[in-house]
Design a binder for this molecule. Sequence first.
Ligand code: CS2
Ligand code: MG
Length: 405
Amino acid sequence: MSATIVAADVLVTSPGRNLVTLKITTSDGLVGWGDATLNGRELAVASYLRDHVCPILVGRDPAMVEDTWQYLYRGVYWRRGPVTMAAIGAVDLALWDIKGKVCGQPVYQLLGGRVRDRILSYTHATGWDVAALLDAVAAQRERGFRAVRVQTGVPGLESVYGVTKDGGAYEPAGRGVAPVEETWDTAAYLRYLPGALAEVRAAVGPELELLHDAHHRLTPNQAARLGKALEPVDLFWLEDVTPAENQDVLRRVREQTTVPLAIGEVFTSVWEFQQLITEQLIDFVRAAVSHVGGITPLRRIAALAEVWQVWLAPHGPSDVSPIALAAATHVGLATPNFAIQEYMGYPDRVHEVFRHAWTYADGHLHPGDAPGLGIEVDEALAARFPYEPAYLPVARRLDGTLTDW
Ligand code: CS2
Ligand code: MG
């Protein structure tokens, strides 16, 4: 007789930041873990799972990973969207975790086995001015990183996406019941950034991979101008130049510049990537394994991208938990067109609550060889850190109108 799912429970914990976790327990005593964190909307996903998904998981066969994905996606009629897909993603991760434990194999073996020894990772360096940014880059190189995302302050602005003024660790979500309001001036950013990044490149030499995130703030014309201006910097990629809701406009950017483009951390399905991949409007797919609905759809996206010579580079900020990072590293070890894994890092307490087999060393991640995803959650410790309201900031232009954050 095959095993059945006997319980599905949701844990919300805040060991430094809010994280939502799904725990699936089977009749043969195995436990699978999934990440359901959606920054600033954590409780919506927790409710979606608790109220609508957990009750129908009980009694199902945990071995049916693909069928359960189809059941939760097609079977609901109301499909896609970040809340729905983060919930489905958590179930998918937990079921792959269980399948690995049943087989006594790490998930990457179930995905076809390793195609590389370890996966390249990049982290963040931020500085309010170029001198501070160079110090931050040097510190990340000391930690072994060979690829670094560089974000700087902009003269005249009080706050800028991705940068702290005091040089402390960057965490975008601010505690409190309402979002922080930031002021944004694209013209000032476009005037300042190319010169600042040219200084960084001159200081670090040609080999360090540099990445930059424009965080959805530019028009296609501005994006094309920035891309051209940054060509001498030789970026690994320029991320999220436009909101990319209107994907056609990216053709104009592509025609104007050879800067490699990465897009997709806010997309939640293969269909949102379809045009970008098949028309080669981007070079890197930035899907988050949990937000896009799990390992099952991420593999489909990777396969489509491979046909079009587009590379996979999953989202890995502190707001996808160590469970999602584990899943991304398993996919990364087994996927030929995998390029690089973002590894922003976590507060120490997060590593204590989510003990993980994945490791970071020398600029690379490895998923480890523990069965499944290789995660153990310290539930007693998690329970000591209750949810605290925290939201991503909003951004306004100098005249007060709201713009993309
Ligand atoms: C960023 C994210 O990592 C990235 O590329 O764009 O840090 C993003 O700002 C956060 O995930 C938002 O929750
Ligand atoms: Mg990003």
